[in-house]
Design a protein around this ligand. Structure first.
Ligand code: S3P
Length: 470
């Protein structure tokens, strides 16, 4: 099927998925020491906001128009899921146009919903549809099928949802909602925006008030965007800095116009590359600067990074800025555990920055890294060791002892375990290391950042892909 001309009956989203869907065959890639990077780039839309734009637009009554959407595989799968449940999604030029079903009016999908590699798409959608009196089946790729879903299924069970799951509360799984769901008060046991969001979305189709108690603040896109769509949602922060988020169910959501800002998690790769490759000077436009997402920039600045924040502005209710990044001599730091939620997806590339910094960088509070697209803590530590980097992996921590000149670093092949951020991080490493760095697969980069290769090579990065058989 893949590679064939798409059938004319396929919808725009289906055609896009067919043409983008990463091949079953791995495509290794290699990055080599590069000359100064230069360029003025615009990073694709934020993944978290893009998923939510499709979901909330698909649910809200009337029309939602989205510009700047990330057209990565993960987000397209969410769009297809919403389409399978009754939303109408088309594209007019650069604008995605959605006719939503209206809150409470999603339809039972005819086939299992396939979320590919995407934890956010799967977990948030479980919340969104779990409380419907219908049956929905969730499937995904080998990485997603290994990830724990109990963190979302447990609060849904409390609301009356019946779950049939694979061993260990994993996918494939099927949800069957009750006739009428019960509102709950739920204290999120780990720092997870996905769990918080799943419960709030389940509350949308539940009578009364559903409350989420969030002891450690995580990205707040669900709260902000639901308010923008007209949900009756309030947030109160108590004396102990614990957030109480209340949502009233069965209210009306109305379609909105959304301009998705650039993804700070994708920004991290060219940003760290420019810091590490001597002589580099790049500008990255329109980056989301929501404070729940800027932990990496703060940490790199503490390490001595030359990152200028230009044109700081508000766009669609979010902080946005342009970043000018120049090559810098970095020094190791201690990254406090409390900062982890604001940079949770950025530790792999921070570890790469740390191995080219002077001294030691110590990262704590990393327990959530074990349940990402791969066990990112061990994937990073193994990748560093395969490339001659002196590091120590603890149960929830990573320490890296750097070599600012890159001497002795590189020469290894990194196992990516279907994890896009592992692949991109180690390709960045190869641009500054003494010896080339290889990754065993790069196809899954298309889940979050399809433009990565072109954008990086366009700035002068020496990265080449090849077929597994080459
Ligand atoms: C996300 C939340 C985070 C993050 C993921 C996107 C979201 O996951 O790692 O890439 O959009 O809500 P957790 O909530 O599991 O920490």
């Amino acid at each position: 099927m893949l590679g064939e001309a798409p059938h004319p009956r396929h919808s725009y989203l289906t055609r896009l998925t067919l043409s983008m869907s990463h091949s079953a065959l791995p495509r290794p890639a290699i990055a080599r020491r590069s000359k100064a990077l230069s360029g003025d780039i615009r990073i694709p839309g934020d993944k978290s906001i893009s998923h939510r734009s499709f979901m909330f637009g698909g649910l809200a009554a009337g029309e939602t128009r989205i510009t700047g959407l990330l057209e990565g595989e993960d987000v397209i799968n969410t769009g297809r899921a919403m389409q399978a449940m009754g939303a109408k999604i088309t594209k007019e030029g650069d604008v995605w146009v959605i006719q939503g079903t209206g809150n409470g009016c999603l339809l039972q999908p005819e086939a299992p919903l396939d979320f590919g590699n995407a934890g956010t798409g799967a977990r948030l959608t479980m919340g969104l549809v779990g409380t419907y009196d219908m049956e929905t089946t969730f499937i995904g790729d080998a990485s997603l099928s290994k990830r724990p879903m109990g963190r979302v299924l447990n609060p849904l069970r409390e609301m009356g949802v019946q779950v049939t799951a694979s061993e260990g509360d994993r996918m494939p799984l099927t949800l069957r909602g009750p006739k009428v769901a019960a509102p709950i008060t739920y204290r999120v046991p780990m720092a997870s925006a996905q769990v918080k969001s799943a419960v709030l979305l389940a509350g949308l189709n539940t009578p009364g008030i559903t409350t989420v108690i969030e002891p450690v603040m995580t990205r707040d896109h669900t709260e902000k965007m639901l308010q923008g769509f007209g949900a009756n949602l309030s947030v109160e922060t108590d004396r102990d800095n614990v957030r109480h988020i209340r949502i009233e169910g069965q209210g009306k959501l109305t379609g909105q116009t959304i301009d998705v800002p650039g993804d700070p998690s994708s920004t991290a790769f060219p940003l760290v590359a420019a810091l590490l490759v001597p002589g580099s000077d790049i500008t990255i436009r329109n980056v989301l600067m929501n404070p729940t997402r800027t932990g990496l920039i703060l940490t790199l600045q503490e390490m001595g990074a030359n990152i200028e924040i230009l044109n700081a502005r508000l766009a669609g209710g979010e902080d946005v800025a342009d970043l000018r990044v120049r090559a810098s001599e970095l020094k190791g730091v201690n990254v406090p555990a409390e900062r982890a939620p604001s940079m949770i997806d950025e530790y792999p590339v921070l570890a790469v920055a740390a191995c080219l910094a002077s001294g030691e960088t110590v990262m704590n509070g990393l327990e959530e890294l074990r349940v990402k697209e791969s066990d990112r803590l061990s994937a990073v530590a193994n990748g560093l060791k395969a490339n001659g980097v002196d590091c120590t992996e603890g149960p929830e921590s990573l320490s890296v002892r750097g070599r600012p000149d890159g001497k002795g670093i590189g020469g290894g092949t990194v196992e990516t375990h279907l994890d896009h951020r592992i692949a991109m991080s180690f390709l960045v490493m190869g641009l500054a290391a003494e010896k080339p760095v290889s990754v065993d697969d790069s196809t899954m980069i298309a889940t979050s950042f399809p433009e990565f290769m072109d954008m990086m090579t366009g700035m002068g990065a020496k990265i080449t892909e090849h077929n597994a058989a080459d």
